[in-house]
Ligand binder design. Structure first.
Ligand code: SME
Length: 200
């Protein structure tokens, strides 16, 4: 003898099931934002592997360029040691304009060839600066900054942006940071609409 399930209960079960399914689907696309996962004792190479995995998880199901650059800057700032500033400058009408970042307010516009950021654009190469006071033309946005790394973002042969990291420690960045950050940028590039990001 089968039990009759009152139709209102069946409908409630169905709704609960649909809602659980939705939650599971959302969860599958929702990156973990649990900062307890950070292994602060990891070496640099391992730290970059973890950082890249976290950034990929944040951007892979999202198409909004601002959200993706914002979250990438926030992950870099949260995860790499001794930073006082981390963020993007975007190429707009032939000059760099401040984009998503973490840290104190910064200079808004930088001409190509000026400072560490503008030099990364004109040389199309990552700049690793052990002591910013020794870098001719360094632009001091935050007086605490003592060393800096700037990675150009090159898409279809054009520099569309730079990623800039500043540290209050001298000599905070090395070849491992260059390799790690260039790889992180390569991961990020397909998940940003650069036409929108660089629109005047
Ligand atoms: N120091 C940079 C300017 C940008 S800030 O550091 C955020 C430079 O010399 O280009």
């Amino acid at each position: 003898m089968s039990e009759a399930v009152p139709s209102s209960t069946a409908a409630t079960h169905e709704a609960a099931h649909a809602s659980a399914l939705e939650t599971a689907q959302e969860a599958a696309h929702e990156p973990s934002l649990d900062y307890n996962e950070l292994n602060l004792t990891a070496g640099k190479a391992e730290r970059y592997d973890q950082l890249r995995a976290r950034v990929r998880a944040l951007v892979e199901h999202e198409t909004d360029w601002l959200a993706n650059l914002g979250n990438a800057a926030a992950e870099v700032f949260a995860w790499l040691p001794n930073l006082n500033w981390a963020g993007f400058y975007l190429m707009k009408n032939g000059e760099l304009v401040l984009g998503p970042f973490q840290g104190r307010p910064a200079c808004v516009r930088i001409k190509v060839g000026r400072g560490v950021c503008g030099t990364a654009v004109s040389t199309r190469a990552t700049q690793v600066v052990a002591d910013v006071h020794a870098f001719p033309g360094h632009i001091a946005c935050d007086v605490r900054s003592r060393s800096e790394i700037v990675v150009p973002v090159i898409v279809n042969g054009e520099v569309v942006a730079v990623l800039d990291l500043d540290s209050a420690a001298l000599n905070n960045f090395d070849a491992e940071d260059r390799t790690g950050l260039e790889a992180l940028i390569a991961d990020l590039v397909p998940h940003v609409d650069w036409n929108l990001a660089t629109a005047g």
